[in-house]
Write a protein that binds this ligand. Structure first.
Ligand SMILES: [Zn+2]
Length: 155
């Protein structure tokens, strides 16, 4: 049994990209920040990084029996914010990321319901059996074709 990454747990769609390079590209496209998004992301991160260490220090020092903070403390607080920040951001915008991943999978011949993520292969009516969302009838024919990604993975 392979251990699932946090990314795979939150976005199971990524596991349908069987080629690692394709998965990486799809993820990059799905999490691409909109115009001005990078600036907003950086500003928010800088503000949080400016406020969090002194606050954490203040809270630590207010605990009974704590009268000094080790020098490494600020670094640890910064790391605890910076390292998970991209995944936290992806989680906040998870609906958008999920839709993009599902859209990309559908375009690659693996039809997935954009709304709920249901695997639409082998459907006979153009409506998701899971959530009832209508989808392009053209996908019914495409679903009959052998999945090309599977061929690559098997060889
Ligand atoms: Zn659905």
């Amino acid at each position: 049994m392979e251990k699932k990454t946090l990314q795979e747990r939150i976005f199971p769609e990524v596991t349908y990209f069987e080629i690692l390079e394709e998965r990486r590209k799809a993820w990059a496209l799905a999490t691409k920040l909109p115009r001005g998004g990078l600036l907003a992301y950086c500003v928010i991160l800088v503000v949080v990084l400016a406020v969090a260490p002194p606050m954490a220090q203040f809270l630590l020092l207010s605990l009974p029996g704590v009268d000094e903070v080790p020098p490494v403390f600020n670094g640890v607080v910064v790391a605890l914010i910076v390292v998970p920040a991209p995944m936290v951001t992806a989680w906040i915008f998870r609906r958008k990321v999920q839709r993009s991943l599902r859209q990309q999978l559908t375009e690659r011949g693996r039809p997935i319901c954009l709304e709920c993520g249901y695997d639409l292969r082998g459907q006979t009516v153009s409506r998701c059996p899971e959530c009832g969302t209508a989808f392009d009838e053209k996908l019914l024919k495409d679903a009959e074709a052998p999945p090309s990604m599977q061929d690559c993975a098997d060889s």
